[in-house]
Design a protein around this ligand. Structure first.
Ligand code: FES
Length: 180
């Protein structure tokens, strides 16, 4: 006589176990919901900030190319480098004129340095040399450095305009220097 295998005994989970697992599921769901909402709000906030940024463009505020540097009597004979960092110029006074050299090497545009001991401007990039009037005499620079427009205002102050530069062919034109 064949005996059938005993049927598996179905055991009901204890009430405490069921309650525990359902509260765990609820906590997990709550965390998931919180994560989803945080992501959504983060995404919206980022987009909103990008939208606001649109109204504040990255404008470059450059200093005015026209400025005053004082009176001719403020400058003694020779090269004055006090405005090099602020305006990229040197003020040169000779016996009969005052002019302003724009401090840009005519080779590839580096800023040369004034060397008082050698009485010359020396370009640190490729070695061009210029005399105290900005005339090239060594290295690869193809021509003298340019000069900025200068004039006296009603009070006698020197007004420099670096948006108007004079090349060596124009060094004797009015505006390229102030006669003393
Ligand atoms: S940039 Fe001045 S020598 Fe080349």
């Amino acid at each position: 006589m064949k005996t059938s295998p005993p049927a598996p005994i179905e055991r009901e989970a204890p009430a405490a176990e069921v309650a525990g697992s359902s509260s765990l599921t609820e906590t997990v769901n709550k965390l998931r919901r919180r994560l989803v909402w945080t992501s959504i709000w983060g995404f919206l906030a980022t987009n909103f900030l990008m939208f606001l940024r649109f109204f504040f463009p990255r404008a470059l505020f450059e200093p005015s190319p026209v400025f005053r540097i004082g009176y001719p009597s403020d400058f003694s004979l020779g090269v004055d480098t006090r405005f090099q960092d602020q305006y990229r110029i040197w003020v040169v006074r000779t016996t009969d004129r005052l002019f302003v050299i724009y401090a840009r090497c005519t080779h590839l545009g580096c800023t040369p340095l004034w060397s008082p001991s050698e009485n010359k401007f020396k370009c640190p990039c490729h070695g061009s040399g210029y005399d105290m009037e900005g005339i090239n005499f060594e290295g690869p620079a193809p021509r003298p450095m340019d000069r900025a427009k200068v004039e006296l205002d009603a009070e006698g102050q020197i007004v420099v305009d670096v948006s108007r530069l004079y090349t060596s062919k124009e060094f004797n034109e009015p505006g390229a220097y102030i006669p003393l």
